[in-house]
Write a protein that binds this ligand. Sequence first.
Ligand code: GLU
Length: 490
Amino acid sequence: MSQLNSTNRVKVRFAPSPTGDLHVGNIRTALFDWAYARHTGGTFLFRIEDTDTTRVTDEYINAAIDTLKWLGLDWDEGPEVGGDNGPYLQSQRLDIYATWAQKFLDQKDAYHCYCSPDELEAVREAQRKANVAPGYNGHCRELTADQIAAYKAEGRGAVVRMRMPDGSTTFNDLIRGDVSFDHNFVPDFVLVRADGSPLYTLAVAVDDVLMKVTHVLRGEDLLSSTPRQIRVYQAMGVAPADYPVFAHLPFVMGQDNAKLSKRNGEVSIAWYREMGFLPEAICNYLALLGWSPGDDVENITMKQLTEMFTVEKVHSSPARFDMKKLEAINGDKIRALTLDEFLKWSLPFLTKANVITGTDAEIELVKKALPLIQERIIMLNEVPKMLQFLFTTKFAVETESVSKITDEGSKAILKRALKELETVTVWNHENIEAVLRASLIEEMALKPRIAFTALRIATTGSTISPPLFESMELLGKEACLLRINAGLAL
Ligand code: GLU
């Protein structure tokens, strides 16, 4: 079963139901789907599963599209780009699912079920008491015409239910090997609600067949829905050799080994974007969750990922999310940026934080300052804090550092520095450093950490800043002297 027809080109799909911002688990799936399609020279199809209109909103759909674009996971078929198998929003394909559901009814693969929610609950309760597997008991499988007429006369609505034959379903999962489901644990399932809307199992299976998907790589949480999907393929008349190949990716667990959840803000990709993680860092890190390029390699480019990615190397055991590792990779990716790239990524953070408005003069200064911090930050949201001292017109020493420069020792340092700096005619970091070292370190015999921390606070307002002498050079002589004077007055 589940053999890829050898004449088919690989087609992999990512099919989220965006009921919120896409999260780490969704994106790990999207990334593996994309990487597999690119590795095999196949097609990457993007489909939005929005049949649950109460939970999937336009806003979330647009955000999902935007997130994939931002990450660089380009798709060959799907929203915005189109394709031969569209539309790619399930809400625009309702007539297709209705047609198939009717066909299944006509073939007697499916039947109308009139059981009310209360009756279904009573069945479940009885099953709990009898300690048997929960699930539909087949009550409406063989209703007579009279019984149906009676239900209709009562005004009862009906769902469409798929008949699950006795036996079992076995399929070969590329990651887990042969997986079997005994149908005693796969009861007849609903395809269409009483209001006519399709359920996931119907829509997903119909679309995977009609859209000619060859590989279904998705999260392990969907493993147990596979026998139901295979049942739909059978009812559609698909030959087993043409079923898509399945590969269920391992769970992504949180640091505490609990399951990462959508409800936790830190799993949303939007959050990582806001904090200043680069898309390439996120993709690089997520690629390591459940897969590894081997040889302890951890830093890879998107291109290398597409060259190396194979499903066979995906592990079946759960992967653990490690924030520290993601941060380290992000720092590496930031250091690897060219100055122009680093500028492009940093400017939106600086304008959003109101550090700059975006004038040419400001951008010139940012460009000079960025190399000073490129080695020092791990997230782009640190850029505004590191550079704001260069732009502020209302300079003030941060509250928690004020007391560190008001003691006698600090005053003496600032006084002497002021006197020496006034004599510097060519204002560059070499000259600044030379006069400060000669006076503060050699003559006054101060420890560099003490002398320069006082100056750092006075000129940049904080104990954390880019390198001191370069910062002072960029700030300019006049501003430095003004600030040191103001520091002395504190
Ligand atoms: N739409 C489903 C979800 O977001 C996934 C569909 C699939 O990959 O089979 O959970």
